[in-house]
Design a protein around this ligand. Structure first.
Ligand SMILES: [Zn+2]
Ligand SMILES: [Zn+2]
Length: 168
């Protein structure tokens, strides 16, 4: 059975973000690029993350920072909150998202100590994307205060539980 895409689209990885990450297709919208970059962080696809970051806003240590982020973070859920523009034919777009993650710790040889015991955290960002000759690139993002879904909406952490009974 095909495994589901980490981006949470509800479709198979092979039919969702994989073609973008493998380079067989370009993400057609800012949201598709955002999703595929989240998936690339989950999959450890550092080259794709580097190539889809606008070259003018890449940090001088971009590659090392990507590798450190991949090594240190376990992403567990992606929630797309809002997109503005970013469609085919647009030259720019914004995507607001909340992503859930745990810090990965080096394995410790103590009974019962696992990475799973680390608290789940949230990254809430409004990302900016540009389209250059038909290809979308991540430019940068604004970090926002933690996103709080409405009490009866699903929790941002991906538990499937209503927010009020989870991290709400
Ligand atoms: Zn996907
Ligand atoms: Zn929760």
């Amino acid at each position: 059975m095909d495994r589901m895409c980490p981006c949470g689209s509800g479709t198979a990885f092979a039919a969702c973000c994989a073609p973008y990450i493998n380079g067989t297709a370009h993400a057609p919208t800012a949201e598709a690029l955002m999703r595929s970059r989240y998936t690339a962080f989950c999959e450890g696809a550092g080259d794709y993350l580097f190539e889809t970051h606008d070259r003018y806003t890449r940090s001088p240590n971009e590659r090392a920072e990507i590798e450190r982020s991949i090594a240190g973070t376990a992403w567990t859920n992606l929630l797309i909150i809002k997109t503005q523009k970013g469609r085919s034919g647009d030259t720019e777009g914004h995507v607001e998202f909340a992503a859930a993650f745990r810090q990965k710790r080096p394995p410790v040889l103590v009974t019962g100590a696992t990475g799973d015991s680390d608290p789940i955290k949230q990254m809430h960002e409004r990302s900016f994307f540009i389209c250059d000759e038909g290809r979308w690139f991540y430019v940068d993002g604004d970090q926002l205060d933690p996103y709080r879904p409405k009490p009866n909406e699903p929790c941002w952490c991906g538990s499937g539980t209503k927010a009020k009974k989870c991290h709400g």
